[in-house]
Design a protein around this ligand. Structure first.
Ligand SMILES: [Zn+2]
Length: 180
C-alpha cells in the first residue's frame, strides 16, 4: 500500500466539487510551530482543499477521522460511477450485437424478380405532416409542416422497386452489396 503525503482528486466528488486535494500533516518537532507535510502513516491531521462550483478553493484543516470519512465517500462515489459506466458499456455492446445478428438474417430480395436488392444509401424523405390536417384545411401551404424521415434505401437492379428501412440496424446489410 502506498503512503502518500498528498492526494489529488478529480470529479465525481461529493457536493459536485470540481477538484480536491488532501494533504497529510503532523506537528513540527522542536521549536518550530505549526505543521509540516508527512506521509499518511505519520499524519496527525489533514488539510482538505475543495474547489466547489464557484471555482474558488476552500481549505480547512480536519482531524484524520474526518479526512478518512471524506476519502471513503470519494472512493464509494468513484466505485459507483465505475459500475454505472461498465453497465452502460455492457448495455450498448449488447444492443450492438443484437442489431448485428438481426441485420445478418435479412437479405432484401425483390419479390417481382427474385434477385437481391442493392444498397443505394441513406436518404432523407421529406414529409408534409399528418394527412388529416391537410385534408381538413383549405389553406394547404399555410398548414403544411415539413419534416424529414431518414431511411436506408435498397433498389432492385432489374425492376427498380424500392425497399426502405428506418436506420435501426447497421447498413448496408451484410447480405447486400452496393451497385456497380
Ligand atoms: Zn425487381
Amino acid at each position: 500500500m502506498d503512503d502518500p503525503e498528498e492526494v489529488e482528486f478529480a470529479p465525481p466528488l461529493p457536493d459536485n466539487a470540481l477538484a480536491a486535494t488532501v494533504t497529510f500533516l503532523a506537528a513540527r518537532g522542536g521549536l518550530a510551530p505549526g505543521y509540516r507535510t508527512v506521509p499518511r502513516s505519520q499524519a496527525t491531521h489533514a488539510q482538505l482543499v475543495i474547489t466547489g462550483l464557484s471555482g474558488k478553493p476552500v481549505s480547512r484543516r480536519v482531524e484524520l477521522g474526518e479526512a478518512e470519512a471524506w476519502l471513503a465517500e470519494v472512493r464509494a462515489l468513484h466505485a459507483r460511477h465505475a459500475t454505472l459506466d461498465a453497465a452502460d458499456r455492457t448495455r450498448t455492446e449488447n444492443i450492438r450485437q443484437a442489431n448485428e445478428e438481426v441485420a445478418a438474417q435479412i437479405s432484401p430480395t425483390c419479390p417481382h424478380c427474385d434477385v437481391p436488392r442493392e444498397y443505394v444509401g441513406r436518404h432523407h424523405l421529406m414529409t408534409a405532416g399528418a394527412p388529416e390536417h391537410l385534408a381538413a384545411s383549405g389553406e394547404f401551404f399555410g398548414r403544411i409542416r415539413a419534416s424529414a424521415i431518414v431511411v436506408e434505401q435498397y433498389a432492385c437492379p432489374r425492376c427498380g422497386s424500392l425497399e426502405l428501412f428506418r436506420p435501426l440496424l447497421p447498413h448496408p446489410l451484410p447480405a447486400t452489396q452496393r451497385p456497380g
